[in-house]
Design a protein around this ligand. Structure first.
Ligand code: UDX
Length: 432
């Protein structure tokens, strides 16, 4: 089957690479010439474990190519995935201009029956709107179907999530479209991955509801962790015991400095904005957004509690990306924490295995270091913000030696409080 992907961002590249791996013929389109040239040269613009190898392998085997010509992609493909960006507007709603532009172009070049698949996270009602845009921009009536097929890929494990998903959601209006989507995902269908077949609006809602629920789970345990600190409880035991209840589940109950990234913050705000438009109040999601903002600021309070007045003090930061295995710093707690520390007069030294280039663009006056041991030199405290694997096995004696004061603030509970105390650190984690 010939498939075209329009938009070679995060979702587009992962989808393209994985579908080519499933044996489909892929052409990945982007209007940015320079990006396509770099991709043709084997340069991947994002950091995602396994993606480069998978792209190279499938390009090498002739199943995947890159192009700037949307006409080429549309005319040669039966299935067209739209994976362009839907960035947030000021009020939290999504900017759909790229999706709409692509829909108009697809309509213009349509030369036979096509299935147009929306994979970008789009506000409820967008699939229907895209269908209307295509219909009204065709030069002659040609039969087509629109499908809403939201992605559930986590950055850092996107390929695994694509290849072994918990479910595939298909919002469609015709049996023909459903049958073609089953073909696209045939390896998953044969593996008995659950498929949820439904209408456009439900498919769109499933994505928002899933992300908002996960964001709620994280925020819930963060607030419980904050209370644990005050009452002498250990949040790890609380989360474990809660998670053993099958109705609750163990995942996404790890406390931390607040969620970040390109999805949870954006999708929760977009959901609240959509509800507001329909005069519905999503009180829980609203509270989650506020509590998450508070959580990031609370982390600065933890540093202040351990160090005292921050003015003129030096703080070392380990981890800048919003989570490990990505260079994405969007809405990263580390960035918010650093900016607030600086506002209170602290000097900041920082290290991240891959996100420093991205961080340099948004952070001023930070001393970027080449490893954790250089980072902590002469620091009054070390704050571990992102749980990269290389921070799980630090040479703690070297860290302590390099620090001016042996203060270790562990915002991901990587280390054991009792062990850290016995090593002579003044240590605090979250909720323990
Ligand atoms: C998320 C969804 O998981 C994915 O299905 C969707 O398609 C895109 O959004 P992603 O943003 O890549 O994926 O990251 P995820 O692993 O879900 O983590 C989101 C945030 O929650 C991170 O900041 C992470 O540090 C935080 N988190 C997650 C916690 O603080 N505790 C947890 O237990 C889990």
């Amino acid at each position: 089957m010939n498939i075209c992907i329009i938009g070679t961002g995060y979702v587009g590249l992962v989808t393209g690479a994985c579908l080519a791996e499933f044996g489909m013929n892929l052409v990945c389109i982007d209007s940015e010439k320079e990006k396509i040239e770099r991709l043709k040269g084997g340069h991947i613009p994002i950091f995602e474990p396994g993606l480069e190898d998978l792209l190279k392998k499938n390009v090498g085997q002739g199943r995947l190519r890159f192009s700037t010509e949307i006409k080429d992609g549309v005319t040669s493909s039966l299935v067209i995935f739209i994976t362009v960006g839907t960035p947030p507007n000021e009020d939290g709603s999504s900017d759909l201009r790229q999706v709409e532009r692509v829909a108009r172009e697809v309509a213009r070049y349509m030369n036979g029956y096509k299935v147009i698949v929306l994979k970008s996270t789009v506000p409820i009602g967008t699939s229907r709107r895209v269908k209307e845009i295509i219909r009204s921009h065709q030069s002659e009536p040609i039969h087509f179907d629109v499908v809403c097929n939201p992605e559930y890929q986590r950055e850092g494990s996107a390929i695994e999530d694509f290849m072994r998903p918990d479910r595939v959601t298909i919002g469609a209006e015709t049996e023909q479209a459903v049958a073609i989507m089953k073909d696209v995902y045939s390896p998953l269908y044969l593996n008995e991955t659950p498929f949820v077949m439904t209408n456009f609006e439900t498919a769109e809602m499933i994505k928002y509801a899933s992300n908002a629920f996960l964001a709620t789970k994280v925020t819930f345990i963060n607030e419980i962790a904050n209370l644990c600190e005050k009452v002498g409880a250990d949040v790890h035991h609380v989360a474990r015991a809660m998670g053993l209840d099958g109705r609750i589940g163990r995942k996404f109950l790890h406390p931390g400095p607040g969620f970040g990234g390109s999805c949870f913050p954006k999708d929760t705000r977009a959901l609240v904005a959509m509800a507001k438009e329909k005069r519905e109040h999503l009180g829980v999601v609203h509270a989650v957004i506020e509590a998450n903002d508070r959580q990031k600021m609370k982390m600065v309070g933890k540093v202040r509690e351990m160090v005292g007045d921050l003015n003129g003090r030096t703080v070392g930061i380990l981890g800048l990306s919003f989570k490990p295995n990505t260079d994405d710093i969007r809405e990263s707690p580390a960035i918010v924490i650093i900016q607030e520390l600086q506002r209170e007069g602290a000097k900041v030294r920082a290290y991240d295995p891959v996100a420093m280039d991205a961080a340099k663009v948004v952070l001023k006056k930070v001393k970027f270091c080449s490893d954790p041991y250089e980072t902590v030199l002469d620091c009054d405290a070390l704050v571990l913000v992102t749980e990269w694997n290389e921070f799980r096995h630090l040479e703690l004696s070297r860290i302590k030696q390099n620090l001016k004061e042996p203060v270790f603030i562990d915002l991901r509970n990587v280390y054991e409080p009792s062990q850290m105390k016995s090593l002579g650190f003044r240590y605090c984690g979250i909720g323990r």
